[in-house]
Structures are given as C-alpha cells and as structure tokens.
Design a protein around this ligand. Structure first.
Ligand code: NDP
Length: 481
C-alpha cells in the first residue's frame, strides 16, 4: 500500500514540504516488524512555521469565514473520508496493526465526526442576559485562536475527528502533532481537508517525536488551547506547559474502567462486551472496560464463559482481519509482557494460544484473563494497554462501588443488572465521566460528551460539549440608556 501523498513531508500552510532538519523516522509494520515507510522528523522550527501559518489563516479568509461555510467544508470532508475509506483503513491497519474491520470502523467514526461537527458549526449560539435597565447584555462564543492537538497512536482517526472536527467547526486554526507510530492517516486527513476546501493554514500537521515536535507545540506561546490524549506522565508535562503559558488544556489520559456484573445480569447480552473490553484494538483503548467486577455467586460461571470466549479468539496480522492484531510497537509489547509477568500461573484463568506461523517480528500478545488477585494488585490498578482482562469478585452494591472507585482513574464504567433502581443508585456513585447501563461504549457515541475524572484527565470532548471547550465566552454589555 503506497499512500497517495509523500509521507516524508509535513503539511503547513496548505502545502507539502520537507521538515527543517530534512531527517526522517522509520515507520515499522507492527504485524511484521519490517520498515514500511518513513515520516518526517519535524521539530521546533517546523512547529514555529505551523503556528505562523495558523495565525495567518486566522488573519485571513479562515478568520472571517461564516460558521455555515466552515460547516460545509467539514461536510465535504466527511464525504471525502468515506470516498477514501478503503485506502484509509488499509493505511491505518498496516501502520498501527489493528485488524482491518476495526480500522474501517475508525474511518466511519472520522467521517461521522466531520458530519456531526459540520452540522453543528452554525448551531452554537450565545445568549442574552437580563440585566439592569438601560443595558443589553449578550455573549459571543469565539474561537481560542491557534489550537495545539497531540494525538496518540491507538485510535488516530477517531481522535483526530473528535478534536480537529470540533476545533475547526468553531473557527480555530489547528496544529496537529500525531504520534510517531501513527502519522499516515493524519497526513492523509490534512490532504483531504485541503481537497475539501479548507483554507491554507487552518490545519497543519507536523509529524515528529513527542519530546521534540510535541514539546515545542505545547510550549509555543502563540498556541491558545491544548488538546492532549495519551499517558498520565506525558499529560502531566502538557499541563505544566499549558500552565506556563496560561492556556486551557483538555487531557484524556485513559483509565482502568470497571464493568460491574450483578448476579441478575443478562450474561448472554453482557458477555460480548465483557470480552471485547479487553480485546478491542488489542486492549489499547483508553476506555477499555478491562476491570470486570462480578458478584461472587456468579464468579465461576462468568469466569468459565469468559475463558471459553477468550480461548477461541483468533490472532493474526492486521490485514488478515482476525479478532486481534499485534500491539502497536515492540515497546508496547514489552510494557504488557512486564505486566503479565506479575501474574502467577494460578492467576491466569485463560489465555488464547498464539497460532503457528505468525510473522516473527510482529508484536503479538496472547489475550489473557487474570483472576484471584486482590483489588489493589498492580494488574487491577494500572492501565495495561494490552489484551488483558482482570476478574474481581464483589459481595454486594457497597463492595462493588468501593472496588470500582478504588483506582486513581475515572473514565468509563458500566453496570450490568436487571434492577433499574440499582442502575440509578450506582450510576450516581461511580467515579467516571461516562456510565453505561446494560451496554458498554454505546458504539462509540460521537454525540456523547466524553472525558474523565481523577487521573483520567479533565475537560470534555465529543458531542456538543466539545464546542464549548474549543470556544471562549465573551460577554458584551451595552449601555444605551
Ligand atoms: P504518550 O502519552 O507519551 O504519547 C501520546 C502523545 O504524546 C504522542 O503523540 C506522543 O508523541 C506525544 N508526546 C510524548 N512526549 C511528549 C512531550 N514531552 N510533549 C508533548 N507531547 C509528547 O504515550 P506512549 O505512546 O508513550 O504510550 C505509553 C502509555 O500511555 C500506554 O501504555 C498507555 O498506557 C498510555 N496511552 C494512553 C492513551 C489514551 O488513549 N489515553 C493513548 C496512548 C497511550 P510520540 O508518539 O511521538 O512520542
């Protein structure tokens, strides 16, 4: 698969060019370990240029464009994404190792974000405020200006859609630093946005290393808002950089999301979601429902059913489109292997065997179900970001809430139970940005505000809420007597 653009270039001011250093970085196919392309090693000079191009866009056509026209561009972009669905899906599958059908889902989500935010662009309004006699007071929702977007490698297209879609809809000019492991679809997106009629400089993409291009973007004094998705450690650095420049920042830092399964739950309905919580995208999902809390009386039944389902999973290179592909990198594989090494043999309840014939250089990890660990065990507390589920028994509602809320994270949670009162009671008590009742994830839910509490981060993306985050509110008070 050869991209239709040159991936060794960066996209600034509506044009392709080499990065300032002229250096490139390898792109390794996670399914095989073989180098498949090279990308630019953008750095601080390129970020300076990208920010300058974004400022120029705001001072030019983009800054005065009507909200309706911004929306039309996003709608055209949505169509272009769908028209390139097969190429984008293959590019993503080969680049990050996700099975082809999961990459296709990400393309659909990217198109849907462009559609949603394209449609919403001219529906965001201010308000009038009753005030003292002789005054008329109203509010204006205005873009921040130049926005910085730091994107991880696990769902590049989805996270670009939710972040860039909302930022462009509200009239910001964006500088995007994709993860070094996942730059190809970000570059493709920039090209398609240009084809859709986005003015030069409204979206700039600078691939490179986090410590170089990423750090330069977060420290740039002309960037007026930062949107980051990734690890807690890097998120902390981004927030410190934002503090230096006194700019708002949205942090989405993953989690250890619990799924509470009560004895009265419909297990046939729950099972696919409980298994999928660990295997979707090989577990490299910020909102993975990877901590299964199960009422003790059905613990053994659920353990047996999950073990059977996990044991039957098919693992293969991304383009073979099995249930699970490789992890994104040898580094990520190492992280997950170190976690698995903390489990004793009796704590491994199930593990799908790796099939013969997998390419030797690929980053494959067998899907694993862990049990018989206390809730404060590292495997039950830390984000593993691999195909590993943990199963923890609880006694009653009180116990379930104590364990569910007993991590530093709080991104997503679910409750599986037939008892409506219990669903309402516990939904209020769970520390999480989203709670799902008898489902998990609502199939992505582009329309649904998303974000965490605690170490899962702060700020909300997705849905209409993101439009508020990507704007600043101005109050105008007119005294006319
Ligand atoms: P990082 O948080 O380091 O990477 C996320 C993004 O931040 C990437 O674009 C990265 O660029 C960039 N970045 C890295 N360092 C800096 C910096 N100093 N300043 C600005 N940007 C920077 O995550 P990793 O890829 O290292 O993954 C490690 C762990 O993080 C995973 O095991 C997982 O637990 C978690 N994670 C969570 C995600 C989520 O969705 N919440 C997504 C990805 C990871 P580059 O890739 O070029 O270094």
């Amino acid at each position: 698969m050869t991209p239709w653009f040159d991936p060794t270039l960066i996209f600034i001011g509506g044009a392709w060019r080499p990065c300032a250093s002229g250096e490139t970085l390898p792109v390794t196919d996670p399914s095989t370990g073989v180098e498949m392309a090279r990308i630019a090693r953008g750095g601080a000079l390129d970020i300076d240029d990208a920010v300058a191009a974004a400022e120029a866009a705001l001072a030019g056509d983009w800054g005065v464009m009507s909200a309706a026209e911004r929306g039309r561009i996003l709608l055209r972009l949505s169509h272009l994404v769908l028209n390139h669905a097969d190429q984008l899906a293959e590019m993503e599958a080969r680049d990050v190792g996700k099975p082809l059908k999961q990459a296709h889902n990400d393309v659909i989500a990217l198109a849907r974000y462009c559609e949603f935010y394209g449609g919403a662009a001219d529906k965001l309004t201010g308000e009038t405020i009753p005030f003292n006699a002789g005054f008329t007071v109203y509010t204006l929702r205005e873009p921040h200006g130049v926005t910085g977007h730091i994107i991880p490698w696990n769902y590049p297209m989805q996270i670009i859609g939710r972040s860039i879609g909302a930022a462009l809809a509200t009239g910001n000019a964006c500088v995007l630093k994709p993860a070094e492991e996942a730059c190809l679809t970000a570059l493709a997106f920039a090209d398609l946005a240009h084809q859709a009629g986005l003015p030069a400089g409204a979206l700039n993409v600078v691939p490179g290393l986090g410590a170089e291009a990423g750090a330069a973007l977060t420290a740039h004094p002309a960037v007026r808002h930062l949107s980051f998705t990734g690890s807690v450690a890097t998120g902390r650095r981004v927030q410190i950089a934002a503090a230096e420049n006194i700019v708002p920042v949205t942090l989405e830092l993953g989690g250890k999301s619990p799924q509470l399964v009560f004895a009265d739950a419909d297990l046939d309905k729950a099972l696919p979601f409980l298994v999928n919580g660990g295997i979707q995208n090989a577990g490299q999902t910020c909102s993975a429902g990877s901590r299964i809390l199960v009422q003790r009386e059905i613990h053994d039944t659920l353990a047996a059913r999950m073990a059977e389902a996990i044991g039957a999973l098919r693992i293969a290179p991304a383009m073979d489109d099995a249930d699970i592909g490789p992890l994104v990198s040898a580094r990520q594989k190492g992280i997950v292997e170190r976690f698995l090494a903390q489990a004793s043999p009796d704590q491994i309840l199930a593990q799908a065997p790796l099939p013969d014939g997998l390419p030797e250089g690929g980053n494959y990890i067998p899907p694993t179900l862990i049990g018989h660990i206390p809730p404060d065990h590292a495997l039950a507390q830390d984000e593993i970001f691999g195909p590993v589920q943990v199963l923890i028994p609880f006694e009653d509602e009180e116990d379930a809430i104590r364990i569910a809320n007993g991590t530093k994270y709080g991104l997503v949670a679910s409750i599986w139970s037939a008892d409506g009162g219990r669903q309402m009671r516990l939904a209020k008590r769970l520390h999480a940005g989203q709670v799902f009742l008898n489902n998990y994830g609502a199939a992505g839910g582009v329309e649904l505000p998303f974000g965490g509490v605690g170490h899962s981060g702060h700020g909300r993306e997705k849905g209409f809420e993101a439009l508020y985050a990507f704007t600043t509110l101005k109050t105008v008070a007119a005294h006319h007597g």
